[in-house]
Design a binder for this molecule. Structure first.
Ligand SMILES: Cc1cc2nc3c(=O)[nH]c(=O)nc-3n(C[C@H](O)[C@H](O)[C@H](O)COP(=O)(O)OP(=O)(O)OC[C@H]3O[C@@H](n4cnc5c(N)ncnc54)[C@H](O)[C@@H]3O)c2cc1C
Ligand code: SF4
Length: 329
């Protein structure tokens, strides 16, 4: 029997103090962490429950939103200011998991959910560098339909599973953190690391650092945004490819654009090369495909997921085409 202690944090500093120096994990909705503990991938000796911390969604002074890390995914998706001002975020959240899981899952937990690579969960029979550094990776020569085509390394080819994070990457979200040495903020796009030779180190969080909130900057562009997820089944399935996009036209030309991809990389993938290729170009399918090609030029598909390159290309073009039609109507 493994001994496990439980404590319910009363505020962020209480949470950080309780976790300090312990083999502790923060507990959000538990929808990922409890599975990982059941599979013995994670073995904390203390759970610090942070579901009682801020679950408010408030307007910031500059007209953006700040969302407490304990806010349930459903509450974010349904909030009127999110639906009206950041529709891609609502769509990304409701594209994920099931209603019951979204009711439990918190913003902080969603950001730090771990990959769904099946070898990572198979503690009995599979080699996995993320779980046991230096052991090897059974996905590279194995079943890799769901794995990464961008940003992977010879050590790990897993994808980041979150839909919500893809929208947050496109929205330039900022993550608020609190640790033993104080508070800081990081861009969501910088929170998750690429695997390189340390796939077990997934974020730039310091040990015991707590996510306290996620901030969405004010953005007129974000109101004209969407999220599309392509998957094997319509529910309970993670993305093969997903696209979060926002578009602003100036006549027939693209004035501004935000683009991020899910299901293709070890982190939510901000498509900066595609964005750069699109600005100032005519809003046509040819421009969209050319921009997708610029982003996907560095793709390194595996035996089982080469289809993702063309799927991503076509999904980017389709989503940008849809936003263009909506902008013109
Ligand atoms: C059947 C199933 C299907 C799913 N399908 C999808 C899907 O299609 N798309 C998708 O995006 N997701 C999907 N999910 C994943 C789901 O979205 C995540 O499990 C959920 O978002 C995690 O949130 P949580 O609050 O339950 O996190 P927890 O499980 O409580 O925690 C996850 C991690 O975050 C850490 N943590 C939690 N809060 C904080 C904090 N404030 N600060 C620092 N660390 C923290 C925990 O210590 C843990 O390491 C699915 C899950 C299941 C079980
Ligand atoms: S892809 Fe990453 S998570 Fe999956 S088995 Fe390989 S090292 Fe582990």
């Amino acid at each position: 029997m493994i001994e496990l202690a439980y404590a319910r944090a009363t505020d962020p500093s209480d949470a950080v103090r309780r976790a300090d120096g312990e083999n502790a994990k923060y507990l959000g909705g538990g929808t990922n962490l409890v599975d990982l503990m059941r599979e013995t991938v994670e073995a904390p000796s203390l759970l610090v429950d942070v579901t009682g911390l801020s679950s408010e969604i408030e307007e910031t002074d500059d007209g953006g939103l700040i969302i407490g890390a304990a806010t349930r995914n459903t509450a974010v998706a349904e909030h009127p200011a999110v639906r009206a001002g950041y529709p891609m975020l609502t769509r990304a959240i409701v594209a994920g998991a099931s209603a019951q899981i979204r009711n439990m899952a918190t913003v902080g937990g969603n950001l730090l959910q771990r990959t769904r690579c099946t070898y990572f969960y198979d503690t009995d029979g599979s080699r996995c560098n993320k779980r046991s550094p230096g052991e090897g990776c059974d996905a590279i020569e194995g079943f890799n339909r769901y794995h990464a085509i961008l940003g992977a390394s010879p050590a790990c080819v897993a994808t980041h599973p979150s839909d919500m994070c893809v929208a947050l990457a496109a929205l330039d979200a900022v993550v608020h953190l609190r640790g033993t040495s104080g508070e800081r903020t990081v861009a969501l796009c910088d929170l998750h690391r690429l695997p390189e030779d340390r796939p077990d180190v997934e974020t730039l969080l310091e040990p015991g650092e707590l996510i306290t909130a996620v901030e969405l900057p004010a953005s007129a562009l974000a109101a004209r945004s969407t999220y599309r997820k392509v998957r094997d089944r319509t529910s309970y399935a993670f993305a093969l490819v997903s696209v979060a996009a926002a578009l602003e036209l100036d006549g027939d030309a693209i004035a501004d654009v935000r683009l991020a991809l899910g299901g293709v990389a070890p982190k939510p993938w901000r498509a900066l090369r595609a964005e750069q290729a699109l600005r100032g170009q005519p809003a046509t399918e040819a421009s969209f495909l050319q921009a997708a090609d610029a982003e996907l030029a560095s793709a390194r598909p595996l035996a089982g997921n080469a289809f993702k390159v063309d799927l991503a290309r076509r999904t980017i073009a389709a989503v940008l085409g849809q936003l263009t039609e909506e902008a013109r109507s």
